[in-house]
Ligand binder design. Sequence first.
Ligand code: ADE
Length: 306
Amino acid sequence: MKIDIVSVFPEYFEVLNLSLLGKAQEKGLVEVTAHNLRDWTHDVHHSVDDTPVGGGAGMVMKPEVWSECLDELLHLEPTTVTYDSTVTCDSTADADDTASADTAKPAESATEIAANADTVPATDRPVLIFPNPSAPLFTQQDATELSHANHLLFGCGRYEGYDARIPQYYRAQGVDVREYSIGDYVLNGGEVAVSVMLEAITRLLPGFMGNAASIVEESYTGENALLEHRQYTKPADWRGIKVPDVLLSGDHAKVDRFRRDEALAKTNELRPDLIEALDCSKLDKADRKTLMALGWEVSGTHPRQR
Ligand code: ADE
């Protein structure tokens, strides 16, 4: 997987040479390059931002600098698009794009691009990702989808963000453009968000983790995502707190049931929204019994709180 990151603080990404991601780069599983957006400026101040049109606080990242950079990294020729400015929102993955290229044929029509929204990215198409606090939340499912791409290009915004025409333009060029928030809080820039997304995506690459089974058992994975059960190691008695007896029993079926029940109870307490999203047809008899004891009705498509 080839990963390009564009930022005004490329040094921030030196940490990616550490730990498992560093090893994955050494093994040739991933190739990460951090670029300085200012390398594509032409003025003496290397400015990348300007005041917001329409007024308001802060500065907005200029489209011209980004486009010179992105055209080069995506191997695209500059072009002009016709755009319907009455559209007020096209924030997410390729949804309802109304721009179209008039001097170069886009790789796909806007309708085709929209049809591909939220699907596994075509491995031969680069995916351009902008972290954005005003975008849909980045989830484990997104990480899984993106782990199948061959080329990811992250653009880190700063200040009040980037000119909204940048994602619109690249969508019209047939690029799979996505904007994601990593949580309901505002950071100073996209760098931290990119690191989070990058780690969530790359650890899913085959050969990245020593033990692939640990990925399957984790929270938020699989069709019926639950928070993971608690984990213990030795000693069995530490400062008076004992590991649950069943985990020492050697009875694998009992251990599995105990862990599953604990995952259900923990999810019920901390993330009932995940219980509501469970598919009842995928729950076994013991799951249903546990959920009913926790106050859920498990008769319809999804559990409902009694
Ligand atoms: N940039 C600033 N805050 C962000 C957030 N919460 N998620 C993604 N990008 C951001």
